[in-house]
Design a protein around this ligand. Sequence first.
Ligand code: MTE
Ligand code: LUZ
Ligand code: MOS
Length: 750
Amino acid sequence: PQVGINRPHESAHLHVSGEATYTDDIAELQGTLHAALGLSPIAHGRLLSIDIEGLHALPGVIAVLTAADIPGSNHCGPLIADETILAEGEVHYLGQPVFAVISQDRELARRAAARAKDFLKLEPLPALLTAAEAHAAKSYVVPPMHLQRGDAQAALATAPHRLQGSFNVGGQEQFYLEGQISYALPLEDAGIKVFCSTQHPSEMQHLVAHALNLHSNQVQVECRRMGGGFGGKESQSAVFACVAAVAARQLKRPVKLRLDRDDDFLITGRRHGFDYAYEVGFDNEGRLLAAEVEMVSNAGWSADLSAPVMTRALCHFDNAYWLPDVSVRGFCARTNTQSNTAFRGFGGPQGALAVEMILDSVARKLGLDPLAVRRANFYAPDAGRNTTPYGQVVQDNILQPLVDQLVASSEYSARREAIAAFNTSSAVLKKGLALTPLKFGISFNVVHLNQAGALVHVYTDGSVLVNHGGTEMGQGLNTKVAQVVAHELGVDLARVRCTATDTHKVANTSATAASTGSDLNGKAAQDAARKIRQRLDAFAATLPDGAVLSFDELVAKAYLARVQLWSDGFYATPGLSWDRARLQGNPFYYFAYGAAVSEVVVDTLTGEWKPLRVDVLHDAGRSLNPAIDIGQVEGGFIQGMGWLTMEELVWHPKTGLLLTHAPSTYKIPTANDCPPIFNVALFDAPNVQDSIHRSKAVGEPPLLLPFSVLLAIRDAVSAVGGHRADPPLRAPATSEAILDAIDAVRANAK
Ligand code: MTE
Ligand code: LUZ
Ligand code: MOS
């Protein structure tokens, strides 16, 4: 078999030798020009004028482009036309692109663009800089959403215990190592080709076509690979693709637009920060009987993907738990900051974090181990505790056996006791332990996006070339799709290559997102390969009996017999339905599960902390490639740990300038932050659905595993008050946040 086995990433040898070609590595054509963006220096204001002549006079400036130079539409929002490529009339955040400067020299273009504030005439307007302010002003990018089942108010009134609270979690920068970049080449007859680092080549094709007043068949977008996307290149590669294309078209020269890191931070959005307010009712075992929750996301200045992100947040508040009477409201606050967007988990982590924080508080209130409270709330096929608040029946629940296995392998109970003993005898250092489970819905929560296409060529020498609609961002999609094709054709993986994603090869693709890349494109490529195999089988049956041919020999003969040796393939996920107005239906093909146990030690004098040991058991179904999947689990874990513990975004409270706009002030985890003991295993069970070789999507779900780190820190802080204290710990749990929470626990104990 070619699937279900460890295989290195198809580009691993290129990644490590520096030979992998990213967009900026493509040999520049003669005459290539460079663009840089001039940004709004204020958070909100009327754009009175742009001194184009003044900018033109700066050294090296060949052209200055503004909204007026866009021949077609200036809109580039993915769902709602509320977003411009270049500002028009008003500016909505500090960092918004207002104009582009084109030069032969990238440095000169950047220098000119950096002087934006000297050449823009702006009349400042009042700005809303926080989600709380915007929520108070009822300023939203889309109408509020409400997911409900039963009567939460009535259930609250009769519950034996009630708990009210609020907390918040910050946003997160994708911090793809390769920043946003596009390289546009004008072609004959008004055509254009754009090399773009994007998760969504088809959307870039459509938006470039609209901006240039072209048809889609005149625009080609290609992406061989990204140096990471993490959701940040799902919709937000658009501005850069469109600006490069408009400039290339106007100047009839190739134009490259590569952002430097600070501009990337200032211009693009990231994971939505969330504010939560809740009231829950529960029984003596900590079983939730009622939940009333309000979630407010900071959407930023435009809608972008905030609506589907909030939908996913609402549909993941249940996480692993059955909630009888529940009311969850979602508000996407419009603020004068970067427009927030997709980031690994797409709102799911923000939704599920809420219930995990709540259950932790419930456990402390009752004096129970949080794990016991979690288990008491699990979805269970018996007793009718098995339907999500949005009406989907959980058919593939493996929470119980998965958590049992992890509790045993991590020695949870013994370590719980050892930690309690340690904490009674240790005044300054406190340890904490937490196990958190996850359930993550797999499919785009917009039904029609769940489709994919592929094109497979078998050449006469028996080598195989695969093209599919997905994009490679390091996650190993091409490797998995090549394995599927090799398996289907019965050839060695070494015979199969994947080529760059190209809108001229497979049309109308969805973003590589929602973790569906290998589910969708794997199935589409399998469909294509299967058609070829069936033709070869039929042809082989016509050959004289006893002829034993290799694949290459068979293919060579089949060609001479005029058998079609290439094919398209298509796949659409079955059984999905979604009522967007009522937030009810079957939005997910299946669920992925997982759980993690984390142990940390906190220095209660400094607020510093360290992970000591992490055990993960993650469900990747029958994994297509366990080595790649374990890499995804480890990466997702560390990335989520960064979000919850160290990555802090700070905007200037008056000007709205994002102060943490570079690695000097914005800290992501490094190799040194990995837990010294990091046991990651896959829970080996086939998907109950007919997914590609019964595997499960693995890209995003692991991001929820490090909830266990945040809650282990919370456990350690709570130990300052004897584990019964309910610390008001915000996320990210930076040292400052940890010290604040310790202070609060101590003040409460007095
Ligand atoms: N892994 C790497 N190395 N780089 C990435 O950019 N993006 C994540 C995840 N894993 C990402 C990654 C996100 S946000 C998604 S949605 C999935 O990969 C997308 O790829 P898949 O659907 O093929 O898993
Ligand atoms: N839904 C979803 C989406 O669940 N994940 C996504 O990445 C996405 N992107 C666009 C629209 N809906
Ligand atoms: Mo991933 S956030 O769906 O690109």
